[in-house]
Structures are given as C-alpha cells and as structure tokens.
Design a protein around this ligand. Structure first.
Ligand SMILES: Nc1ncnc2c1ncn2[C@@H]1O[C@H](COP(=O)(O)OP(=O)(O)OP(=O)(O)O)[C@@H](O)[C@H]1O
Length: 725
C-alpha cells in the first residue's frame, strides 16, 4: 500500500491490518480483479495483499435498518387472485388427498394398532415394574452397596430404598384401584354401549400406540416421497452442492450448510414452493441458473418444475428458487382473463398467459412490432390469434390479418377485421401488397400530421392514448398480422417489395401507431428478413430445434445467455420465451383460446366497435378503396404515354414519374419521391438510366427510367400475362 494516498505521516501496522483482515469477510482471490492500489482513490475500500478489508457501514443502526430491503407484507401467494386460488387449490388437493387416503385405511390402521396392544400392555407393565423397583439404577446401587463399609450407613441406604419401593408400590396400587373403579363404572354404570365401546377401543388404541414398532409404521404414506422428496433446506443445499461450482463447493466444505443462507423459510407460492437463498460470496445466481438441469437432478424433480431466478434488486448472489408442483405442460392452461368479459387498451399491458409460477404475464402491443417463431404445431398461430383478439378488444384498433398458410384459424376474426385474407394465391398476395403500400402512405400521412399538431395535443410527437381515440385525426392504432410470413417474404414477384415495405413499417410504424406482427414456422434469415428481425421489439419463441433459430427469434446471443427455447419439449404447447416486454425474458404459457371461444370474443369486440362507431373495412362490408390489381410497373405504364412530347427519347426522370403516380393514384403514391420510385421498381429488375433534359437553355442530368425497359420488364413479369410461359 502506498503511503501517498493517506499522507506521508501515516504508517500502517501491517500485522494489525492482517489480523483485522482475518476477522473480516473473506473475498476469494481473483487475479483478474486484483486491486491495483496505485490507482485506487481515497474512497475505495482499503486493501492489503490484494484483498479487500471489510467495509464498515458507519451509518447509525436506525439508518441501516431504514435502508435495508423491506420484506413483503403479504406472502407471494396472497398477492393476487390467481396465486391465492392456486395456493388454495393446492392445499385442498394435498390435504384432501391425504385425508381420503388415510380415511379409507382407518380400519386397517386400527387393526394394526389393536394387534400391537398386548405388546403395549407388556411395555406398560415392564415400565411400571422398572419404576417401582428402580431397575435402571440396579448397577449403580450394587456398586454403592458394595463399597459401603459402615454398617449403619448400609442399613440406612437399605431402609431408604425399601421406603421408596413401598411408596411407589402404594402409588401404583392406588392408580390400579382408580383404573379398576373407572372400568367398573364404565361397564356397570354407563348405559350407552357406544360410549363403552368407544372408551374400550380408545384404551386399546392407546395400548397399541405404546406397542408401536418404529420399523413397521402403522400408517402408510399418502404421497410417494421416494419419487419426489420433500423440498427441505437440506435437499436444496445438497442439490446446490452437486452443481459442480468450485466456489460454492469450497464454501460448503468449509462452512457446511451454513455457507448457504435461507433468507426466509421455504414457503408456498402459487402452485409450488419458493425458497430465497443467499449464495456464498462470489457465487452468482446466474451460475446456478446455467446449471438448471443439474439442479433439477439434485432436487429429484423434472426439469419443467425447477425454476431458479435472480433477484437483481437485492444482489447478484440472491437466488430465488421456485419449485412447481407440476411442470408447465402438465398444468392446465390458465383461462384468459378477457375471454368472457372486459375490454383491452393496447397502450396498456394485456394479459396473454401465466408464467411457471402461475403469475400473470402481460404484453403491451402499442409502440412495438413483434415476431413469433416455432417449429410446426407448437401453438404459434394460437398465440398470434390471441394477440389479435386482445387488440380486437380495443375497439380503436384497425386489424389487418393475413394468414398466408391458408385455413380457418383467423376466420373468427372476420367480424372485426378491417382487412383479412387467408392463403397465398396471387390475388391474396396482391391484395396484401396493396394493403402494405397503403400502410406506408398512411404512415407518412401520420408523421406529417403529427408535425402540424400543437404541443399540447401531441406532446411527444407520437400517437398518444387520447390522440388515438380522437376520430378527427385518424390516428387510431393499426395492427398488421402475418402468419407464416415466409410465404410473402419469399414471394418470387413481390417478395423484395414486401420485405422493403414491412421493414419500413416495422422501423418507422410503431411511433405513429402501426404495429406489425409476423409469425413463422421456419425462423431463418430468408423467412424473417434482417431488417424486420432486428427491429422487432417483442419476440415470442415457442419450441425451436437449434441455436440459430433460437437467436433468430429471440435475438443475438440469447442462446448463450441461457435463454433457450430449444429446451421446450414437444408437449410444451403454447409455452414460449417472451423477450422485450420487461427487462428480462420470461417464460409464458399462453392462455388457450380455441376457435369457438375466439368467435365469442370477436362477437363481443364487434359489438363494442359498433357501439363506438369504430367498425370499418371488410367487417363493415367495405372493400379496400383501391381494388386495382396492378403493380407499380402497371401504374407507371398508365401514366406514361408512348408518345410523350416533353420526353421524346422515351426516358423520363424518376422525380417526374413520382409526381405523375401521385396525381393518378394519391391513395398509393402521395408524397413519393424519385428515389422511392427507383427503389420500388428495382425488385422487378428495372434499372435506372441517366436522362438529359434541357431546362432554361441548360442541360440537366438526373436518374430516370426508360419506357422500353418498362414494357420489356412488364412482358416478363405480368402475372398471367401473354408472355408468361
Ligand atoms: N396455449 C396453449 N395451450 C395448450 N395447447 C395449445 C396452446 N396453443 C396451442 N395449443 C395446441 O397446439 C396445437 C397447435 O397450435 P397451432 O395451430 O397454433 O400451432 P402452429 O405452431 O401454428 O402450427 P403450424 O406450424 O402447423 O401452423 C393446437 O391444436 C392447440 O390444441
């Protein structure tokens, strides 16, 4: 330690400091974190030989107590209705089972007890005899009598013993007389045979209890403890000790079970037990979480029942261990709170299911786009439909639903959807593309509108709850849902344009109330373009098979961080990791809403929309305003006559073409620039060229398109066109 930190006159007694260090809390040596004392400032804790001495908290005790984390007033199970219901159900189930189990065996238990009664009687007689004659003291007595030389002392001792035996004999006779009197009274004085029988049987049972054999218990076990031992602190300590964590094992071998502190007793919480544990210094809860499989083995329970968690608000060594009665897949899916009654507000969290502890899991749809991935048949479509139903229960949300897989999963939403299509036939995809183009135009309109709104109406230059409700502005939330999105992103004609449009909507849409959700059963770079996956805020991953798919859906490095949807089994239907809602990923078992339930919810949502005047689009019997089936190439051709006097060489600037498009189809192209025209035609294989034009006597060069290229390209790409093979 250098003295210049403390002034030259200050000299440390190294021996004293070392002694103090021994008394201080030990911090395991870690060369990576060794303190370089020369760089330490005045406030840093004092170190000797690279070890930190105990930091003394000099605040008064009362201040320390005030700053200490408070314990919860109510236990976890009493905090919300679902948890309380689960805890009550467990208690009724558990004790009900135990009572019934033992109840039906009562006659057997009694017979066993009665069989033991003679032995019990024998033990009573033996014990009474032993007490009267002090048999246990026989050897000591013999020794004392043998060593007494004095005759009078010997006689006195004998006399004492006789007196004691006589007194005890007398007392025993008295008790026997009382018992005989009571028995005679019961036999002759009590009229009721039932009472006589009851007392007789009780006496017999009492004698039976005294004759019990510890190796042959009278009662059996109502639960199979050998399969799943009781969750005790000892079991937890042993399980933690079996994880193979060096620091943890060192601490356990040094301090035994004291190395692991149980902050509060293991308690019932929802449908399981919860233990809060302080791990030894230097061991983090994350290290334990990474070894969840071993922990489950140590606790003699299935992986799906063991859920270690951190409690970062306390410290990184605090482990919250939750051991569920049943794995998520075994437990019944929790009913959806909005299934029967209630509205939703997409600006606020909506319930979507429960976590492994039975606590509600919520998700906020507004200002976020999301993606869902899983292998087939794991509940992807059900989850997406659940989110869409939640949005439907907010009457303001305009729903655009595209089920590219085809089939009837989203049909229940028809009564509320502004636009809905099922399938990936050319007309479905063209409809979808037009809807997306219109969405992009709407997004631009919204941004322009927000710019013009006064600060008091639009304080954060984004759509607010109040703005969304105000029909004058048309800023209500728009939800775009695409199931099996790989079909549209990989579409051979429109794929590139769709990727561009969806990426733009995912990036810029959320602030102005546009939410895009895509789901795929093949999560790879082709199914979910990088622009979409990188900008999706909310991610739901049901079972996937590999690290790549896992990280594709949940985000880079999630697999490495232990967030592995690969661990879900084929039976884990509707169970997923949800990332993006809170700080940490959570596991959710989404509520199960089948098609009839979805229809009932949609009917309720429709009624609310009708009442509020929010029903629109197909649900209100309207068609999409522009039912033109052409692509941008057709639209360009429509505004580009073959003989264009101003542009005689058959080439026109993209800026000019953008203006013409906007004039002819404002619903699709209002506000477009030349660059956008360039970008939109590029996926069709149309390239720009240099176009010269004389303006005010001078020549101006700009990027433009050639009409011949356009007609050539159209000849190749026209769907069902004359040139198509
Ligand atoms: N939350 C849930 N709880 C229980 N079972 C569920 C849940 N969600 C879905 N399932 C079951 O899983 C089955 C498959 O669901 P779903 O059709 O949503 O799967 P998918 O992943 O979309 O399949 P595909 O890839 O074929 O489209 C359903 O028939 C349903 O019974």
């Amino acid at each position: 330690m250098t003295t210049d930190q403390h002034g030259p006159s200050e000299v440390y007694d190294l021996e004293a400091v070392r002694r103090a260090r021994e008394a201080a809390t030990e911090v395991p040596e870690d060369p990576e974190h060794a303190t370089d004392t020369d760089d330490v400032d005045q406030d840093a804790p004092m170190t000797v030989d690279g070890q930190v001495l105990a930091v003394v908290d000099e605040r008064p005790k009362s201040a320390q107590r005030a700053a200490a984390p408070r314990r919860e007033i109510l236990p976890g199970w009493a905090k919300d209705r679902e948890s309380a219901k689960a805890a009550a159900k467990w208690a009724v189930d558990y004790y009900g089972h135990a009572t019934t189990y033992h109840g039906v065996r009562l006659p057997t238990y009694y017979a066993k007890l009665a069989g033991r009664a003679p032995l019990g009687l024998g033990r009573v007689i033996a014990a009474t005899y032993g007490w009267i004659f002090d048999t246990s003291d026989r050897e000591t007595r013999a020794q004392v009598f043998g060593t007494v030389n004095d005759a009078s002392a010997y006689l006195r001792l004998r006399q004492d013993r006789r007196t004691q035996v006589r007194a005890r004999l007398f007392l025993t006779l008295l008790v026997l007389l009382v018992l005989a009197g009571l028995s005679a009274y019961v036999v002759y004085g009590v009229d009721s045979l039932m009472v006589q029988l009851g007392l007789g049987l009780t006496a017999l049972a009492g004698l039976g209890l005294l004759g019990r054999n510890p190796d042959k218990p009278i009662t059996g076990r109502a639960v199979d403890a050998s399969k799943e031992p009781r969750l005790t602190s000892e079991l937890i300590v042993n399980a933690l000790g079996s994880l193979g964590l060096a620091r943890l094992n060192q601490a356990i071998s040094k301090d035994g079970s004291k190395a692991i502190a149980f902050v509060s007793p293991i308690m019932r919480d929802g449908a399981g037990f919860r233990a809060e544990i302080d791990l030894p210094a230097g061991v983090t809860a994350t290290e334990v979480i990474e070894q969840r499989e071993r922990l489950a083995s140590g606790l003699r329970r299935g992986l799906g029942k063991v859920w270690p968690e951190t409690d970062p608000e306390v410290h990184s060594g605090r482990l919250v261990l939750y051991v569920a009665d049943k794995s998520l897949a075994q437990s019944k899916p929790a009913p959806w709170p909005l299934a029967k009654t209630g509205k939703a507000n997409v600006f606020e969290p909506v319930p979507i299911g429960v976590d492994q502890r039975g606590r509600p899991v919520t998700l906020t749809l507004m200002f976020a786009s999301g993606l869902i991935g899983a292998i087939p048949r794991m509940g992807k479509t059900f989850t997406l439909r659940l989110l869409t139903l939640a949005a439907a229960l907010d009457p303001r949300v305009e729903l655009h639903v595209y089920n590219l897989k085809g089939g009837s999963d989203f049909i229940p939403l028809e009564p509320v959807a502004h636009a809905i299509r099922s399938g990936d036939d050319p007309e479905d995809v063209e409809y979808l593309v037009r809807d997306l183009r219109a969405a992009q135009i709407e997004m631009r309109r919204r941004y322009k509108l927000l710019k013009t709104l006064p600060r008091e109406v639009c304080p954060e230059s984004k759509v607010t709850d109040a703005l969304a409700s105000d029909k004058r502005y048309g800023l209500h939330p728009l939800l775009y849902v695409f199931d099996e999105c790989q079909f549209m992103f990989e579409h051979d004609i429109y794929g590139a344009e769709i990727i561009e449009l969806v990426t733009d909507l995912v990036k810029r849409g959320p602030a102005v109330g546009l939410m895009v959700w895509v789901a795929t059963q093949r999560p790879d770079a082709k199914s979910i373009p990088t622009g979409v996956s990188a900008n999706a805020v909310l991610r739901i991953c049901l079972k996937v098979t590999g690290q790549m798919e896992n990280d594709m859906v949940l985000g880079t490095s999630m697999y490495k961080a232990g967030i592995r949807a690969t661990r879900f089994g084929r039976k884990d239907l509707g169970i997923a990791y949800l990332v993006g809602e809170g700080d940490d990923p959570v596991i959710v078992r989404s509520s199960f809403v089948d098609a009839p339930a979805a229809e009932a919810i949609a009917a309720r949502a429709r009624a609310a929309r009708l009442a509020g005047g929010w029903l629109s689009g197909m649900a209100a019997g309207e068609e999409l305003p522009d039912d033109d089936t052409g692509s941008i190439l057709d639209h360009l051709l429509a505004v580009w006559p073959e003989h264009d006097p101003e542009w005689s060489n058959g080439k026109v600037w993209c800026d000019e073409l953008a203006q013409r498009l906007a004039t002819s189809q404002p619903s699709l192209y209002e506000g477009w620039t030349g660059e956008q025209v360039t970008a939109a035609v590029k996926p069709h294989g149309l390239r720009t060229v240099q176009v010269k034009k004389m303006i005010d006597g001078g020549q101006v060069n700009k990027r433009g398109l050639s009409r011949r290229d356009l007609t050539d390209t159209l000849g190749h790409t026209e769907i069902g066109g004359p040139d198509e093979p």
